[in-house]
Design a protein around this ligand. Structure first.
Ligand code: WTA
Length: 636
């Protein structure tokens, strides 16, 4: 019996129980039957949760890109691996076959090696959503270089922090990128970032916009001429199962961004398995995930998961609103997309526009539609189900994280009955638990608690780059022996999970995780600012938006407040990126603080939400009178 595909609900439970009772047999069999290995493993899994020490398939030798591309060549050489849909619908889409992808990745891999990149080196990739991005990622993995993709919406200072944190020696970027009716000067951003990155010696530049850019002699090189010269014959690096595959940064509630490190074999097995089941993938499907490859969703479910299954995956350069709000539906019809995977924020922004933008499109090719990144509210779920899925396509509300590498809790389409706003049941191999305030495991149903996972799964991040202690403290110390997700969840009467949101100081804005600390740090750099506190408040489209409470220094109080607001947002935009800008800024004379000096964010959150009903216990406040002042000055 094979465990790779879940065919019905009975089988789901069977596989699930097997994965809990005999995880080694379960994953061992999946790994053995569905991938090619240079050498098999000695142990399926070894772990010590208290030490945050987890290893899968130790002793095995493998190359993930051989599994993504080479092994498909005999049977699927002429099959389309990647459909590239450009930002501008007038520009022709590209269909890249597995054979062509192989050739491009091999050439790129040879270029990287010729430029001195070796196994274990870190390469920063800062590219728009163009085929070169996929090729660069896969070429790194092929030669064992650790890719660190940085979303091309991050500012120069955010890129520099990420480059320096993991010591990248090379950056791959482009002259620019197209996004809707805008052109973004990516090379200019990299030039600025690199003034703070002494470790970067080479920059490879792809052409996309053909805008004039500055090339630094001895450091910058155009990519295409190097590719033209390169051989398409490349021997892949033989990797250990636990060799690093990539680093991807995610926001923490405090401190600098965390470079989550994923390793090779476990990540490969889990992303392939979950892609197959969560999207009910079959051979002739055309799969489209609208995320950016700069996020984990793009890593696992635009590139690795689909390619490992020999699928056709769409890479979309544009935005849902350009040239108009029909773009998603046009692309689905154009390429006859069978699985569509997007974020609640995109769904909400389209649902608020005229229904005509979607109604003209039959969308009959669709089979499964998915959601990821934040809780999906009932209205958005229903709109998606009715107007996109035509009430025919199961909606898979997939809960997971950068840290988990792959989807953890999700319906299996045509198997698990869906329920709006519920991510439903854990996938085989995933053992979620809810914890109460006393840190005990809650056994019963119909409860809320902190969501933890009590047994390792193959694609869990292995560490935070350069800071294992922080990894241990962040994820394994709140509830000793368990992985703590940072999310709260509700479990209903049949055991379905609904993710209620973050229980820490991470705020999810339009699906992007933002830590409050780095934003506050950016604000505090303004010379007129004394102190600040950021909270999230509900927003119709973005899910959450940011509300800032700011104390000015004395000389700042005489300044024009609108100008100050503009300057503060500019600072945030420069240091982190436009996604972190504040929607509302209230200048206050103080912040509610406990006697130990801790800001009571709970109160600030309630005020920002406009909920003055129950502030809870405020007796521990040092300055209770400030609450009334803040309420009175609330920005609507
Ligand atoms: C949130 C994205 C509710 C959650 C793959 C998690 C969700 C964080 C869902 C991780 C969902 C993701 N329902 N909340 N279906 N999916 N989240 O690292 O708070 O960008 O902890 O990974 O997004 O975001 P990240």
């Amino acid at each position: 019996m094979s465990y790779y595909k879940i065919a019905n609900l009975e089988q789901y439970f069977k596989h699930y129980h097997k994965s809990v009772r005999e995880p080694r047999k379960f994953w061992g069999k999946i790994a053995e039957e569905n991938f090619t290995w240079y050498q098999m493993w000695e142990k399926v899994v070894e772990f010590n949760m208290a030490e945050a020490d987890i290893k899968w398939f130790t002793g095995a030798k493998v190359n993930i890109v051989k599994n993504c591309i080479d092994r498909h060549l005999a049977r699927r050489g002429n099959k389309t691996a990647i459909i590239f849909e450009p930002n501008n619908p007038e520009e022709e889409a590209q269909h890249i076959t597995y054979t062509q992808l192989h050739e491009r990745v091999c050439k790129m891999a040879n270029v990287l090696r010729e430029q001195g990149v070796q196994k274990g080196d870190r390469v920063c990739i800062y590219l728009p959503m163009i085929p070169e991005l996929a090729v660069a990622v896969l070429a790194c993995a092929r030669i064992g270089a650790i890719h660190s993709v940085v979303f091309a919406g991050f500012s120069a200072s955010a890129v520099a922090t990420r480059i320096n944190d993991c010591d990248c020696k090379m950056v791959i970027t482009s002259d620019g990128g197209f996004r809707g009716n805008k052109t973004i000067d990516l090379k200019g951003i990299i030039d600025e970032a690199l003034t703070h990155c002494p470790g970067v010696h080479k920059v490879l530049v792809a052409k996309r916009t053909n805008e004039q850019v500055n090339m630094v002699y001895g450091r910058d090189m155009w990519l295409q001429p190097l590719l033209d010269e390169a051989s398409d014959n490349n021997v892949a690096e033989i990797m250990d199962a636990e060799d690093p595959l990539f680093i991807l940064y995610t926001s923490g509630s405090t401190g600098k961004p965390k470079g989550m490190l994923h390793t090779t074999a476990g990540y490969m097995v889990y992303t392939a398995y979950t892609f197959k089941n969560v999207f009910n993938y079959e051979e002739n499907d055309v799969y489209w995930c609208t995320a950016d490859i700069g996020w984990i969703t793009g890593h696992s479910y635009i590139l690795y998961g689909p390619l490992l299954n020999g699928a056709t995956t769409v890479i979309f350069e544009g935005v849902p609103s350009y040239p108009d709000f029909s773009r998603f539906w046009e692309v689905i019809e154009k390429h006859q997309v069978t699985q569509f995977y997007t974020a609640p924020t995109a769904i909400r922004s389209l649902a608020k526009e005229s229904i005509d933008y979607v109604q003209g499109f039959p969308l009959k090719s669709l089979k499964v539609i998915g959601s990821v990144g934040e809780p999906i509210n009932e209205e958005a779920w229903n709109w998606y189900n009715d107007h996109v899925g035509g009430k025919r396509c199961p909606v898979v509300d997939t809960w997971w994280q950068t840290e988990t590498g792959g989807i953890m809790i999700s319906p299996v389409p045509f198997v698990t009955p869906t329920k709006p706003t519920y991510a439903t049941l854990p996938l085989p191999g995933i053992q979620p638990v809810l914890m109460d305030e006393k840190r005990n495991e809650i056994e019963e149903n119909q409860v809320v608690g902190s969501l933890c996972i009590k047994f390792p799964w193959p694609s869990i991040a292995r560490t935070i780059w350069g800071d294992h202690q922080r990894y241990k403290e962040t994820y394994f110390s709140t509830f000793p022996g368990k992985y703590f997700t940072g999310d709260g969840a509700l479990r209903d009467e049949v055991g379905y999970y609904r993710i209620t949101g973050r229980v820490d100081d991470v705020i999810i804005v339009s699906g992007h995780n933002l830590g409050t600390a780095p934003i506050e740090d950016a604000i505090n750099e303004h010379q007129a600012v004394a102190e600040s506190a950021i909270v999230g408040f509900p927003h119709d489209i973005k899910g959450n938006a940011l509300y800032g409470y700011i104390i000015l220094k004395e000389h700042g109080e005489t300044r024009n407040q609108e100008n100050l607001r503009g300057e503060i947002n500019k600072l945030i935009s420069d240091q982190i990126g436009p996604i972190a800008k504040l929607d509302k800024i209230q200048f206050v004379s103080g912040l509610p603080k406990t006697r130990s000096g801790k800001i009571m964010r709970r109160i600030l959150r309630k005020i920002a939400e406009g909920d003055y009903s129950n502030f809870g216990d405020t007796t521990t406040l040092l300055n209770p009178e400030i609450v009334e002042e803040i309420k009175a000055g609330k920005i609507e």
